[in-house]
Design a protein around this ligand. Structure first.
Ligand SMILES: NC(=O)c1ccc[n+]([C@@H]2O[C@H](COP(=O)([O-])OP(=O)(O)OC[C@H]3O[C@@H](n4cnc5c(N)ncnc54)[C@H](OP(=O)(O)O)[C@@H]3O)[C@@H](O)[C@H]2O)c1
Length: 323
């Protein structure tokens, strides 16, 4: 099979398109003929050895995929060869075939195409999980989303609306702001506007109840300055490259919480909860309430291009690889 291979942590340019033997499913695993794979910020970290989970070299990157079940390992129930599925994997999605643990595989309903299916698990799983399980976002609350033009941020805009919140989205540039509004944000603000904090306070005089932060750095300070009494700041990621240092005195004075969230850890600790989340998101897509935004599709050979478009901040919504 053809696959993208990471032989060293020398970065995106060192990735190779290689011919590899077909992987064989072990007990509890299935092999999937991959039709599409989602691109994530985490992939850009994994290929330089800076992601929290570091697979042994060489490895095939890629963490989410859609396709058809092609072979079953021992002990797999509830899935059959030929089933159209979506799956989350530790790595291996940027290939024509990939192995997945059966517990991480969900059957696809009719009407969800491969690119859409590959685009939603990590971003929407993270957004819905963080907002519901950790921040307990309630109907009528105000949600501030940073990085709202990116994959996870845009998913948080939609999931916030689904949970009945009023969403204020920040992103860089007019086209991303239009996108965030199209996906349900009630208010959109340019992340680079020097009056950003003032404008958020005008929109939410009592403060925002929940902030969803994929960017870190200066955007975390914006959340801290605008969070309401008893507000919750979700620490999702650091796309800016800057990990915020949190002044605990502000949390104390505002009775606020900074809450870390790592969706990948729920896959191991609470796989059923993760599956329910993915099934609920699929229902939302089928019903037309959720709309994963695939802005660009690349062939397998162009994975390095897709990853550098992501790190170069040229992506909007999700990028998807077709295999
Ligand atoms: N905790 C979890 O479970 C979890 C799950 C998924 C993702 N994440 C994390 O969330 C972050 C976003 O992931 P994603 O897949 O949504 O990425 P993405 O699609 O590339 O979105 C990142 C967004 O951050 C903004 N950004 C601001 N400053 C940036 C900078 N200096 N460099 C790059 N982007 C910058 C970008 O928008 P502008 O260029 O318009 O500013 C972009 O829209 C990453 O840190 C990722 O690791 C965490």
């Amino acid at each position: 099979m053809r696959a993208i291979l990471c032989r060293s942590f020398d970065g995106i340019d060192a990735l190779e398109l290689a011919e590899l033997p077909l992987p064989q499913p072990a007990e509890g695993e299935v092999r999937v003929r991959v039709r599409a794979a989602g691109v994530n910020f985490a992939d850009t970290l994994a290929v330089v050895g800076r992601y929290q989970e570091k697979p042994p070299l060489p490895f095939v990157p890629g963490m989410e995929l859609a396709g058809e079940v092609d072979a079953l390992g021992h002990g797999v129930d509830g899935l059959e060869v030929g089933d159209r599925v979506v799956a989350v994997v530790d790595h291996g999605a940027f290939a024509e075939f990939a192995l997945a643990r059966a517990q991480d595989v969900v059957r696809l309903p009719d009407g969800v195409d491969d690119a859409t299916a590959a685009a939603f698990p990590i971003t929407y799983g993270t957004a819905l999980g963080a907002l519901r399980w950790r921040a307990a976002l309630k109907e009528g609350e105000t949600l501030l989303v940073h990085g709202a033009g990116g994959g996870t941020g845009l998913a948080a805009v939609e999931c916030g609306c689904l949970l009945g919140a009023r969403v204020i989205a920040t992103a860089r540039g007019a086209d991303r702001l239009v996108l965030a509004r199209r996906h349900g944000a009630a208010h959109v603000l340019d992340a680079e506007d020097p009056a950003l904090v003032h404008k958020i306070r005008e929109l939410a005089p009592r403060g925002v109840d929940v902030a969803f932060d994929t960017v870190g750095g200066a955007m975390f300070d914006v959340s801290l300055k605008t969070i309401a009494w008893e507000g919750r700041i979700l620490v999702i990621g650091f796309a800016s490259g800057q990990v915020p240092q949190i002044p605990a005195n502000i949390l104390l004075v505002k009775n606020a919480a900074a809450i870390g969230f790592y969706w990948g850890s729920y896959r191991r600790r609470a796989p059923r909860q993760v599956r329910h989340g993915l099934e609920e998101i699929l229902d939302g897509i089928v019903a037309g309430r959720l709309h994963p935004e695939v802005s660009q599709v690349y062939p397998l050979s162009k994975v390095p291009q897709a990853l550098s478009d992501l790190t170069g901040r040229r992506a909007r919504g999700k990028l998807v690889i077709r295999t």
